[in-house]
Design a protein. Structure first.
Length: 291
């Protein structure tokens, strides 16, 4: 059977199309993407759904959910609207997750790329530094940095990024060590391409897929770390965050459990969405690995 002219002329699907086709085969990944989309929409519409200051009093203290429709999810012990806190807390969680992930990936890529490309004493020095960071538990190091830098949300986000770069650095190093002697790298080196161009233009684009997948893990961990700090009273009190809501709700946990349970569910669903999206991205970028 011969191919028709139409079949011969049909263009190959682009990479984003192929990626989406592979991604949507994973139903759990689609669920994660749907939850993540809802969280993003909550962050974008917080000022519309709950206008005004989410930290201001909106009703009588400890109003139960669905009793007063002006505050459908109830109020905390200070009379603040829990629904407003959930929507504005989505902004803080996404802000911390995205910025901390970018900081961690940036540091990890630079250190891992230099270590994997040059090897030798450069690799030894940078890996010893990485191991030194890994010997200290992330949360202990985070508490130390917050104690030094302060509890503003900007410093907390930076500190979370600083304690999260070691795993990306090792991943990038491993990818660079496997790619630095490939034919396309040797060809570019023989043409006189500089080391900087080889690292960032030739090798790094081919080493990014596993880092992109792991970024979802860092985002989830960043949200959990910020929530843990806020739960301990070390968060920024000038912003409504899910961790702050849980920390303040523990004082009335037995009688008014919803003050802590509702933001807790929001954190669980958001972290779950990142995990499912990361799993779907891994399946789409590495289909052979799943087989």
């Amino acid at each position: 059977m011969s191919l028709t002219d139409t079949e011969l002329a049909a263009p190959e699907p682009s990479r984003p199309v192929v990626f989406w086709r592979r991604y949507r085969r994973n139903r759990a990944a689609l669920l994660g993407l749907a939850i993540f989309t809802v969280v993003v929409l909550m962050a974008l519409t917080a000022g519309i759904v709950a206008p005004g200051d989410p930290l201001s009093r909106a009703g009588a203290p400890l109003t139960s959910p669905f009793v007063d429709m002006s505050v459908p999810l109830g109020t905390d012990q200070l009379g603040r609207d829990i629904l407003a806190g959930i929507f504005y807390g989505a902004r803080i969680s996404l802000l911390v997750g995205v910025v901390a992930t970018l900081v961690a990936i940036a540091i990890g890529v630079v250190i891992g790329a230099l270590s994997g490309y040059f090897g030798g004493w450069v690799d030894d020095v940078l890996m010893r530094v990485t191991e030194a960071f890994q010997t200290i538990p992330n949360f202990v190091l985070l508490l130390t940095l917050v104690a030094i830098l302060g509890s503003k949300i900007e410093w907390i986000t930076l500190a979370i990024g600083i304690v999260s770069w070691t795993a990306p650095a090792r991943m990038v190093r491993a990818e660079f060590m496997s790619l630095r002697n490939r034919e396309f790298v040797d060809a570019a080196r023989n043409l006189g391409v500089s080391n900087t161009a080889l690292i960032f233009k030739e090798i790094l684009p081919n080493a990014l897929p596993p880092i992109i997948v792991y970024a979802s893990v860092i985002m989830a961990l960043s949200i959990l770390l910020e929530s843990a700090l806020a739960f301990l009273g070390l968060g920024d009190p000038n912003y409504a965050s899910w961790g702050n809501m849980i920390g303040q709700g523990r004082a009335v946990l037995r009688e008014d459990w919803y003050c802590a349970a509702i933001p807790g569910v929001a954190i669980v669903l958001t972290v779950l969405s990142f995990s499912l999206v990361g799993e779907g991205m891994n399946d789409a970028l590495n289909p052979r690995q799943k087989q």
